[in-house]
Design a protein around this ligand. Structure first.
Ligand code: BGP
Length: 471
């Protein structure tokens, strides 16, 4: 099937990264939870590689932004690290070194004509706030986050047009409190996870409120990982399970962010089970009044959901009593990451946002394919021939273009990621970049996908020539 795929004018082409995953943890005022986790348990990280140097973006950002320009970027997201910017976590007083660094980064992006999106939290809570106050379970931490955000916005708010409060906030309760794959690695703390969801929503709304009060000229949004929950069958039980998964894993952040309120079915269920978060009328009014200007959507894989089996796996309350995930037989998989590849979900997400969320302006803020052992694909010129990645992007982009043709208000597409970066405890196992990073010497080499991306950005589209049908 050969077809021209075109995108609207001024479409964003670029990628996302994050401070902790790209910079290296030196020169920082504090440790974040990931730095601390590595310090305590290095063997839990792939090949025991930690965040010490990462991809050395702290030193190399000027060259890296030039390279991004070279591969066609007009926009790029990264995050400010709370643990870097703030010297005194209680007062929000900034660290002078960090101010220089962020100013340099903002200038370098400008110089290269790259619209910078600055995110305020990417899984990287300063560990002291977990130890002292209990992290996101505590409203004290909400207060301190607002102080940090105020410092960031006072310093850089008029120089950067696009801000986001959180990246994938659902991962914090999911990975840290429900299933234990990120620090603090709690398993089975369902009730606490619900409080974390509420507190982060409140923190996001408080920062949006602050942004508006400061009358900054840009826009503020949030980055959510939306994983459509497809039921195994149309049985009432499977449909009910998928609705609960959607309410908990997607709408618990999407609804407050865009509509200002929590999903009714989720609140009712949590109330019935006695695990509803502690909140006040005043806080709910803040959430109601302070919704986002735009939405970023990270999409990697769908969730396949069915009604739960009979066995209770956890002693305390867990949402899993209402659903089970399952893997569709014969589905396409990214075997390195264990994630299903299902590009049509991009279209489903777009249509959901159009139909149920007022067609708010949004962009794909992360989408990508991590592959292990990419050295296998290096050709005689030293370039990684990552056709699998190009095909992955083509399919997802084709579905996105179809959604835009049908009225979706999508203004951009960011890959994960620009250059290979450190992925938490997966470290450098799976490489995602359009630009390869050699960990021996930090040398950057543009992959075949990077050259391809440049052409897509130049033409604001591409020729779709795959067998997979988009209809
Ligand atoms: C997203 C995160 C990124 C990045 C990416 C790839 O969920 O926002 O930080 O890590 O996933 O996933 P992973 O690194 O787990 O392979």
């Amino acid at each position: 099937m050969v077809k021209q795929i075109a995108f609207p004018d001024k479409f964003w082409w670029g990628a996302a990264s994050s401070g902790p995953q790209s910079e290296g943890d030196f020169n920082k005022a504090h440790q974040n939870v990931m730095d601390y986790w590595y310090q305590e348990s290095p063997t839990e990280f792939f090949n025991q590689v930690g965040p010490k140097l990462a991809s050395d973006f702290f030193e190399k950002y000027r060259d890296d932004l030039r390279l991004m320009k070279q591969i066609g970027f007009n926009s790029f997201r990264t995050s400010i690290q709370w643990s870097r910017l703030i010297k005194d976590l209680e007062t929000g007083e900034p660290d002078l070194n960090a101010i220089d660094y962020y100013n340099g980064l903002i200038d370098a992006a400008k110089k290269n004509g790259i619209e910078l999106v600055l995110n305020l939290h990417h899984f990287d809570l300063p560990v002291e706030l977990l130890q002292k106050y209990g992290g996101w379970e505590s409203k004290k931490v909400v207060e301190l986050f607002v102080k940090y955000a105020q410092t960031a916005l006072e310093l850089f708010g008029d120089k950067v047009n696009y801000w986001t409060t959180f990246n994938e906030p659902m991962v914090i309760p999911e990975a840290g409190y429900l299933y234990g794959f990120h620090y603090p690695k709690y398993v089975g703390k369902g009730k606490e996870a619900m409080q974390v969801i509420y507190n982060i929503n409140l923190a996001s709304a408080r920062v949006i409120q602050l942004y508006k009060q400061m009358k900054l000229k840009g826009q503020i949004g949030i980055i959510l990982n939306l994983t459509p929950a497809y039921p195994r069958s149309n049985s009432l039980e499977d449909l009910a399970a998928s609705e609960i998964v959607d309410a908990l894993f997607n709408r618990s952040f999407l609804d407050p962010a865009v509509k200002g309120s929590f999903p009714k079915n989720l609140v009712e269920l949590l109330e019935k089970d006695g695990v509803l978060w502690q909140g006040t009328k005043e806080e709910l009014a803040i959430i109601q009044a302070n919704t986002v200007d735009f939405l970023g959507v990270n999409y990697y894989h769908p969730k396949r959901v069915k009604a739960p089996g009979k066995e209770a796996k956890y002693s305390a309350w867990m949402p899993d009593k209402y659903f089970e995930e399952w893997q569709m037989p014969n589905c396409r998989m990214n075997v390195y990451r264990g994630w299903e590849i299902y590009p049509k979900a991009v279209y489903d997400i777009a249509m959901n946002v159009k139909k149920n969320y007022g067609n708010i302006p949004w962009f794909i803020s992360e989408n990508g394919m991590g592959v292990e052992g990419e050295e296998r694909f290096i050709d005689e010129d030293g370039r990684i021939q990552d056709d699998y990645r190009i095909n992955f992007y083509k399919e997802h982009l084709a579905w996105l273009a179809k959604a835009i043709d049908e009225g979706s208000n999508c203004f951009g597409y960011h890959t994960w990621t620009a250059f290979d970066c450190w992925s938490w405890n997966n470290a450098y196992k799976n490489r995602y970049g359009l630009i390869a990073v050699d960990l021996e010497n930090q040398k950057r080499t543009i992959k075949k996908s990077g050259y391809w991306y440049k052409k897509v950005s130049d033409h604001n589209g591409f020729t779709y020539d795959l067998d997979y049908e988009i209809k």
